[in-house]
Design a protein around this ligand. Structure first.
Ligand SMILES: Nc1nc2c(ncn2[C@@H]2O[C@H](COP(=O)(O)OP(=O)(O)OP(=O)(O)O)[C@@H](O)[C@H]2O)c(=O)[nH]1
Ligand SMILES: [Zn+2]
Length: 379
């Protein structure tokens, strides 16, 4: 018999609500002994003790194998989690196909800086990013067109919608027909109103607009995959509210479509680890694209974040646990061997002369990014 597989729609305490890959029909007897067909498309499952023992977590979006189905009681047990395509956090959802970023054209005012943060955060999940702008009814054609052109230049093709007039909803729904979409956006943009339209009979609470703040109230919910009537799944995220950029300086450029396009042209930057700052020699990413300044801002943030991580790691490394003769553990300072070596900064063009030039010049400008890495050995 083939294995019984399904997708985890929700995690509730120690139970997993699993949508089966197909609907099962079983024959049961009613109280009068009459046969009837019972259809089962979901099972409420527990986790096999073995999975718990090996620390295998089960997340919303996971594809799982189910054993011992109790068709009548609608129960089963998850025995295996199939390998994940990806896993996003806050909230944790596995096997995500796209992130739907919802912003409003007005109320709250569309702020390019904030929008960019959400975009970069979404891009860092390495899945398709779909941008939709709600409250189209609140702005005139020209305002919408200006935003559309501007966002086109960023590499996005936004979909304008209005949950009030239902403009653009059908178009948007078509984009969500396959796979798993995670919806994210700032409070007050109309996310709940949109989800209510996309998933009929759901009725997510629509927040009242706070007069003082000019935006809606945040209402927290558990993450859950909703089945869309035209196919596909949609997860709402109460998280993603204030996206902190937990990205490495080296990866950041890949989260800007404008930079990605430049890097995809085939001509690499001079240095393989170029951070595309103003002072980089022969950088193909630096240019007169609108968000370049923003990229530089985020880069500083990413560098600071990386530095904080390093400091924490170093702080952890300066003490070590020593077993004393009495069998007790005792913290004692580690001895740090001070041997610092600058990481080689190889050129994409593999030009050893140029490389040597930079080494010999010791030009601070060229080396001020965190390329000199202490090579510490713990004794
Ligand atoms: N003009 C206009 N207002 C809208 C539209 N969609 C939603 N709103 C209003 O915007 C406010 C916020 O809507 P919600 O659906 O609660 O927004 P949300 O993003 O879920 O906000 P939270 O619940 O705070 O997370 C409500 O007052 C809605 O009535 C729209 O298309 N046009
Ligand atoms: Zn560069």
């Amino acid at each position: 018999m083939s294995e019984l597989t399904g997708k985890v729609l929700a995690v509730q305490a120690n139970f997993y609500r699993v949508k089966l890959d197909r609907e099962f029909s079983i024959e049961l007897l009613d109280e009068f002994g009459q046969k009837y067909q019972h259809h089962v498309s979901e099972l409420l499952c527990t986790r096999r003790a073995r999975l718990k023992k090996i620390g295998q977590q089960i997340c919303v979006g996971d594809i799982v194998i189910i054993e011992e189905p109790d068709w009548q009681g609608g129960r089963g047990a998850v025995s295996e989690v199939l390998p994940r395509q990806n896993l996003i956090d806050r909230p944790t959802v596995a096997n995500v196909d796209r992130i739907l970023l919802i912003f409003a054209l007005a109320e709250p005012t569309l702020d390019p800086y904030q929008l960019s943060r959400f975009l970069v955060k979404a891009e860092s999940a390495n899945v398709e990013v779909l941008l939709c702008l709600n409250k189209r009814d609140l702005v005139d054609d020209q305002t919408w067109q200006v935003w559309r052109d501007r966002l086109n230049s960023w590499g996005y093709d936004p979909i304008a919608i209005s949950t009030y007039t239902q403009d653009g909803i059908e178009n948007l729904a078509q984009h969500l027909q396959t796979g798993v979409t995670v919806a994210a956006g700032m409070s007050g943009v109309g996310k709940s109103s949109l989800i209510n339209l996309l998933v009929p009979n759901l009725q997510v609470r629509v927040g009242e607009v706070s007069q003082k703040m000019g935006h809606g109230k945040h209402t927290t919910r558990h993450v859950e995959l909703f089945t869309l009537p035209t196919g596909g799944y949609l997860a709402d995220t109460p998280g993603f509210m204030q996206p902190n950029l937990v990205v490495t300086p080296q990866d950041l450029a890949h989260y800007f479509p404008e930079a990605r396009q430049r890097l995809a042209l085939g001509v690499p930057c001079h240095f393989h680890n170029c951070l595309h700052r103003r002072d980089e020699p022969d950088c193909v990413v630096r240019g007169d694209w609108e968000r370049y300044e923003l990229y530089l801002d985020y880069l500083e943030e990413a560098i600071a974040y990386q530095q904080r991580l390093k400091n924490t790691a170093n702080a952890d490394a300066v003490t070590k646990v020593k077993d004393t003769s009495s069998g007790k553990h005792q913290q004692e300072p580690r001895l740090l061997k001070k041997r610092y070596r600058r990481e080689s900064r190889r050129s994409e063009h593999q030009n050893p002369d140029l490389d040597r030039d930079f080494e010999e010049q010791g030009n601070e400008n060229h080396h001020k990014t965190s390329r000199s890495k202490p090579n510490q050995k713990n004794l």
